[in-house]
Design a protein around this ligand. Structure first.
Ligand SMILES: [Zn+2]
Length: 388
């Protein structure tokens, strides 16, 4: 009997000791990992646990309300190590996704609401891009990050802002509750800063497309990397200045020419490069029907992708309402890209852009109050016989 009691006592002691070891290991582990675990806790709706600017939610994943935050607040979470959000990735660390909203959960503060415009298409997902290291997107040149599902599209517009056409594009998007990415030319933004501001205020993502739309694979840029960097950086500085607000570290090379040394530079600058999946070639077209036909037929072949168009082009601006209607009818779903953090411009190039602006700093009064017609040739008076 005594032997049995002793054996039981020994076993209990050993068991407690073993439990103690395991428990203390768990305590150490959880203290090491406490922060990241809390941050990515998938379905925790608490404000401390849900990233403030998550990115991706599929409409299909969720009940009527979907939790998606808008673009990150300037400087919001720059200090977060990328690995934390990467735990939620779909395919790659550069593309972050948010956890699906719980069915029946109370509506969280940020939501993709159903589109309230009659017949409006509405956004399907918001995808957040972590631009650390300068990832490239668009299968025409970069095949690593395949983050779109079948029938998902991203709308992108180059070469703006431009009078009339950019506003027409914004209106067509607003009429469908859609967001797109605009790759603006620095010079154009400095000529029409009010339009850049409108694009930003409409909730679009604004990236850049160089200062003056130069092919950086050609000379003098190909043989002078500093000149090429200046062309890129002045684009960011000018568009940032025109926007008066943070812009995205998103860049598209003119003519989709990607010199490797400049891709390396953008990597150091943590700026993402966007090529395309569907090049509309709308700049060669004069009629809206041609633009629609080009986009729809190419999409039919590829099934999804980043679509390159130009808000600079009148035919595209005119095509957009009907193009969006057809995209919706064909079951395509629009994905909006937002950056994880805004771009940081460089003081040297901010200064260069400011100098450019100073050249025209006296030109603040409207043309009608500066220039007046005070004499005009109206042609010879017609002969009396023809004057009926
Ligand atoms: Zn362009």
């Amino acid at each position: 009997m005594r032997v049995v009691v002793v054996v039981i006592a020994v076993l209990v002691t050993l068991g407690l000791a073993a439990f103690g070891v395991v428990a203390s290991q768990k305590a150490i582990l959880s203290s090491l990992h406490a922060a990241p675990v809390a941050r990515v806790a998938a379905n925790d709706p608490g404000p401390a646990a849900v990233p403030t600017h998550p990115a991706v939610v599929r409409l299909a994943d969720a009940a009527p309300t979907i939790d998606v935050s808008p673009a990150p607040a300037p400087g919001g979470r720059i200090s977060d190590p990328p690995a934390r959000l990467a735990q939620n990735n779909i395919t790659a660390s550069a593309v972050a996704t948010a956890p699906p909203a719980r069915a029946g959960a109370a509506a969280p503060p940020s939501t993709i609401a159903a589109c309230d415009k009659p017949g409006g298409m509405g956004l399907s997902r918001i995808v957040q891009i972590d631009t650390t290291g300068g990832p490239g997107f668009g299968f025409e040149h970069f095949k690593q990050y395949d983050f779109l599902s079948d029938k998902e599209i991203v709308l992108t517009f180059d070469d703006g802002p431009w009078p009339n056409n950019t506003r027409a594009v914004l209106k067509a998007l607003a009429d469908n509750c859609l967001k797109a990415t605009f790759f603006e030319i620095g010079e154009h933004a400095s000529w029409h800063p009010e339009l850049t501001k409108e694009v930003v205020e409409a909730g679009m993502t604004v990236g850049t497309h160089t200062w003056s739309h130069k092919d950086l694979a050609r000379n003098p840029y190909a043989s002078d990397i500093d000149l090429a960097k200046q062309e890129i950086e002045m684009g960011f500085s000018a568009v940032h200045r025109a926007a008066g607000a943070p812009i995205a570290p998103f860049f598209r090379f003119p003519d989709l020419q990607h010199p490797p040394e400049l891709l390396a530079y953008l990597g150091e600058r943590n700026i993402a490069t966007f090529s395309t999946d569907i090049d509309s070639f709308d700049f060669r077209m004069h009629r809206p029907e041609q633009v629609i036909q080009s986009v729809m037929s190419k999409l039919e072949k590829r099934g999804k992708g980043i679509i390159l168009m130009h808000d600079f082009q009148r035919a595209t601006a005119e095509a957009l309402p009907e193009l969006l209607r057809q995209l919706k009818a064909a079951g395509y779903k629009v994905v909006h890209l937002v950056p994880r953090a805004p771009v940081t411009t460089l003081a040297k190039y901010d200064e260069m852009v400011m100098q450019q602006d100073k050249l025209s700093s006296n030109n603040t009064r409207p043309q009608g109050s500066v220039v007046h017609t005070i004499g005009e040739y109206v042609g010879s008076p017609p002969p009396a016989s023809a004057h009926e």
